[in-house]
Design a protein. Structure first.
Length: 287
């Protein structure tokens, strides 16, 4: 009897991510919001999957991430977690899930871990330190998120590159230090000048994951749908499309629609056949 070797895919863990970081291996992260996107991302071998609150604008039709609730996040996280990805799985704390007190924050984030996430991410600098301390105390690994924090769209006056002014750049550098001291295992840097992101990366001892933050971060993240060109219209400057998914899929769907209208679909390849012995019964039957 021959035995096939069993391929065991060890799940990426926090110590593994830090070992890769120390070995200067660049970390790759993307978002996933359901079982299909999670399976594609995981099969592509990304290191980290984020169930981002960007689900709001990418999948749910909202203008921004502010309407995304814990219930929505839990629903999407559960779908992703059911695929048991090899990649490190993180979930994003949505707006108002960490603003109403430490206890509420820990309960929300702990719920993410109970649903299969290995860590959480939350937006904001020094003012988030009390909740970050409480989360880490509750054994919940935290990734910070600095720079263009989409939940601050109103005070920012839009989705604008942050840290261009001296005071803002210096505050961001201070915030990065404080979040590291508080115990964050990594920092997501979004929408900041590349040289500022480089300085953060150089001055902290935890991985930085950039999006619109230039090439000098310890790793990069892009939204799944942006990488694959699945959204119609033009992409923002920081996105590079690796497929024209929208056009490719639209064309395939239009060809199928044509086939249905023209009678070309389905044919015998997509049809089931009645057993020979049953056919006479059909012919003989009259209403
Ligand atoms: O929700 C999200 O998709 C994010 C991005 C910055 C990756 O936080």
């Amino acid at each position: 009897m021959s035995h096939q070797p069993i391929e065991i895919h060890a799940r990426v863990t926090l110590p593994q991510l830090h070992a890769w970081y120390r070995a200067a291996r660049r970390l790759v992260m993307t978002t996933a919001y359901d079982a299909v996107t999670a399976r594609i991302a995981d099969a592509a071998g990304v290191d980290m999957i984020l169930v981002g609150d960007s689900v709001g604008n990418v999948c749910l039709g909202f203008e921004n991430t502010l309407p995304v609730s814990m219930a929505m996040m839990n629903h999407h996280l559960e779908a992703v977690a059911r695929t048991r990805p090899t990649a490190f799985l993180m979930a994003d704390m949505p707006y108002l899930s960490f603003h109403l007190g430490v206890e509420d924050t820990v309960r929300n984030a702990g719920g993410f871990l109970q649903r299969g996430a290995q860590a959480i991410k939350l937006e904001g600098g020094a003012k988030r330190l009390p909740v970050i301390h409480a989360l880490i105390d509750a054994e919940i690994p935290v990734m910070g998120h600095l720079g263009l924090t989409p939940q601050s769209v109103n005070p920012m006056g839009g989705f604008k590159v942050q840290g261009k002014q001296k005071a803002d750049a210096l505050r961001l550098l201070e915030d990065a230090q404080k979040l590291q001291e508080a115990g964050c295992f990594g920092l997501l840097l979004e929408g900041i000048p590349a040289d500022l992101a480089a300085k953060v990366t150089e001055t902290v001892e935890i991985p930085t994951i950039g999006i619109g933050a230039g090439p000098h971060c310890s790793g990069q993240v892009l939204v799944f749908h942006d990488v694959l060109g699945l959204l119609s219209g033009t992409s923002p400057k920081f996105v590079r499309r690796y497929a024209e998914g929208f056009e490719t899929l639209r064309t395939a769907m239009a060809v199928w629609a044509e086939d249905v209208r023209g009678g070309g679909f389905p044919d015998e390849r997509e049809s089931y056949t009645l057993p020979e012995a049953v056919r006479p019964a059909l012919t003989q039957w009259h209403p």
